[in-house]
Ligand binder design. Structure first.
Ligand code: C5P
Length: 211
């Protein structure tokens, strides 16, 4: 299969030196890309800025902003069988990007923000028989929020994780996740390495492709 994976945060520029972003390290998306290559799949990895080396064998597309990631994903979806959106896409960006570094004296302490494109929602029309997988990083009502996103974003599978735990989510090498399928079936997985969780996610995707 051709698997398109997104990873990492996005950066939303305010001026040439400042940006809004989040704590995503890219480790989960990179682990999925590495596991998929290991299984013999063709992998394209679209990633925001991270301090990781792309796994051998992936086609790597580095991007910076949510808009860049949207353009890259839209261009790649037609060629893929599976889209796994592991990226922590910034939800908001500054309304205006200054070409010059903003002066402290010219700022009034207020930031004007606008929504970034919802990448998964924007590629719904291209879905066809493709398998779409999303992530839900939550700090409360984890499963309920994940089920809502699964439905709202028209996904086949969502990986829900509680990022309020120290041993799960952003930055660390381990994760605790519940895999929820479109038919409502949920599988709660124990604490495991992101490499092992990547294998569990791919097992589910391969089963969905066979069914
Ligand atoms: O709504 P929320 O951001 O929590 O949804 C998370 C899922 O949606 C992730 O799979 C993420 O990659 C994706 N997403 C997206 N475009 C956005 C924000 C999130 O595709 N602008």
């Amino acid at each position: 299969m051709h698997i398109l994976v997104t990873a990492g945060p996005t950066r939303e520029a305010l001026d040439p030196v400042r940006f809004l972003s989040n704590r995503s390290s890219g480790k989960m998306g990179f682990a999925i890309a590495a596991a998929a290559v290991g299984r013999g799949h063709t992998v394209t990895l679209v990633s925001g800025p991270v301090a990781l080396t792309p796994p051998d064998g992936v086609s790597y597309v580095p991007v910076e902003s949510a808009q860049d990631m949207f353009v890259a994903v839209k261009a790649q979806v037609p060629d893929c069988d599976v889209l796994i959106m592991a990226a922590a896409v910034a939800d908001w960006r500054p309304t205006q990007v200054s070409e010059q570094k903003l002066k402290k004296s010219s700022m009034d302490g207020m930031l004007s923000l606008e929504r970034t494109p919802d990448i998964l929602a924007s590629v719904q029309a291209l879905k066809g028989s493709r398998v779409y997988v999303g992530f839900a990083a939550e700090t409360q009502s984890v499963e309920a929020e994940a089920r809502r996103k699964l439905n709202d974003k028209g996904l086949d599978l969502i990986v829900a994780n509680d990022v309020s735990r120290d041993d799960a989510g952003f930055g660390v090498d381990t994760n605790v996740a519940t895999l929820i399928a479109r038919n409502g079936e949920a599988e709660s997985l124990p604490l495991m390495s992101k490499a092992d969780l990547a294998e569990a996610i791919l097992d589910r995707i391969e089963a969905l492709r066979r069914s």
